[in-house]
Write a protein that binds this ligand. Structure first.
Ligand SMILES: Cc1ncc(COP(=O)(O)O)c(C=O)c1O
Length: 413
């Protein structure tokens, strides 16, 4: 790489052209050909997010004293989120920049609570199902905890008996997902929370995907267990606004059942010449745009807007599932929300993935058992027919039939 800062500035028109050209080989997300990474709820919603972001482009969430506007938006976003997740009068929380940061901070709080309550304990442990997001292991790595993953049940949900068996005196945190990313299924949060209560352990619900989807899906009839603060024993919930909140990237929420747990999230410092420093987040500077866009989109969509989009995403999932099933590619487990994966031991899922890739689809995989993965949004709605006719054509290719040694998928992001 020989690129250097140009000696002389380049005209914006030229840079704009280069920016546009640079994306020419990127995936066509607007055409519904990418199975994750983007959460689209329509041009109008995108425009609201963009305009709100631009209005607060330069403002900084680090300075609530200077930017009372952002402090107000954040407080209202948190209150709206808690309202969806049955937060009681004591519940509280803050915005972060994404799911990984929310999870990182929840792990930090759980660790600190355990160390304070049990000063002689060994390395604190996180006990979580095999389907939990890697953000927990990442946080454990950075924060000095021991991650312990337990097997899933046949339904791809957490096997709570296996979690119970993995408990030790050093366990600082239990995790359940609503839903988990690989198969889109919701863990038995009430049972995991009961285990947490019995042993006085911090219980985190990873609602990064479902926090702003599952409440609406349930209202529309999705058959999932209670997963939020309605369940006694849930200590914290992460819920991403930049996924199914449909806001600009750089926005998540981390909620707590009570102020004492929330207090562990904050960081104070004043031993330097510039005086008192305080943040709730790991990061310092936060894009004011991401906070303003979250506030604007939530208010723009409102409950009826989220219900409308949720209904369409769930209808897209059901249509894909039914027609894939008819093609001999059944869904893995019983996902009821916005993610599903499918596969068959009679087929070589890697060969199917290659066939779909050759037809212009970016393919996401799961690896146990081998399958193909979709995290849906409204870009997928108009291309369901095309996806399925391409799939039907791919299934006619002889190499897509399973044979000895075939089927291992390359499940990369
Ligand atoms: C269940 C779950 N938790 C956490 C995350 C991490 O979120 P982020 O990529 O915003 O850090 C994801 C991302 O897909 C997820 O699916």
């Amino acid at each position: 790489m020989t690129t250097r800062l140009p000696a002389h500035g380049i005209a914006w028109e030229e840079l704009q052209r280069q920016l546009k050209d640079a994306s020419s080989n990127d995936v066509d997300w607007r055409g519904g050909r990418v199975p994750m990474f983007v959460h689209y709820a329509g041009e109008d919603v995108l425009e609201v997010a963009k305009q709100a972001y631009l209005m607060y482009f330069s403002e900084n969430g680090l300075g609530p004293r200077a930017f009372g506007s952002l402090a107000k938006f954040e407080a209202e976003v948190v209150a709206m989120g808690l309202g969806l997740l049955h937060g009681g009068p004591e519940a509280c929380g803050a915005m972060t920049t994404g799911g990984t940061e929310s999870i990182f901070l929840a792990v930090k709080c759980a660790r600190d609570r355990a160390l304070a309550r049990h000063p002689g304990m060994g390395k604190p442990r996180i006990v979580m199902p095999q389907s939990a997001h890697p953000a927990f292991d990442k946080a454990a790595y950075f924060l000095g905890l021991e991650p312990m993953r337990t097997p899933l049940g046949e339904d791809f949900c957490a096997d709570v008996a296996a979690m119970r068996a993995a408990l030790t005196a050093d366990t600082a945190m239990l995790v359940g997902s609503a839903p988990a990313f690989p198969h889109g299924v919701v863990d038995a949060i009430p049972e995991i929370a009961e285990l947490a209560r019995e042993h006085d352990i911090w219980m985190h619900v990873d609602g990064c995907v479902g926090g702003y989807f599952a409440p609406f899906a349930r209202e529309l009839g999705a058959d999932i267990p209670d997963f939020d603060f309605a369940v006694e024993g849930v200590t914290s919930i992460s819920a991403d606004l930049h996924k199914y909140g449909y806001t600009a990237k750089g926005a998540s929420t981390l909620f707590f059942a009570d102020p004492a747990s929330f207090a562990l999230m904050g960081y104070h410092f004043d031993n330097w010449p510039r005086g008192q420093y305080f943040t709730h987040t790991l990061v310092g500077t936060r894009a004011g745009g991401a906070i303003a866009a979250a506030w604007a989109v939530m208010n723009y969509l409102g409950k009826d807007g989220y219900l409308r989009v949720t209904e369409r995403v769930m209808a897209t999932r059901r249509a894909m599932q039914q027609r894939l099933d008819a093609l001999g590619l059944p869904t893995l487990g019983r996902p009821e929300l916005c993610i599903f994966a499918f596969g068959s031991p009679l087929r070589d899922m890697a060969a199917i993935g290659k066939g779909m890739t050759a037809r212009g689809w970016t393919v996401g995989y799961v690896n146990d058992p081998p399958g193909i993965h979709h995290m849906l949004n409204l870009t997928h709605e108009p291309v369901v027919g095309q996806y399925l006719s391409d799939m039907a054509a791919v299934l006619k290719e002889p190499q897509t039939h399973a044979r000895a040694g075939s089927g291992k998928v390359d499940a990369r992001y």
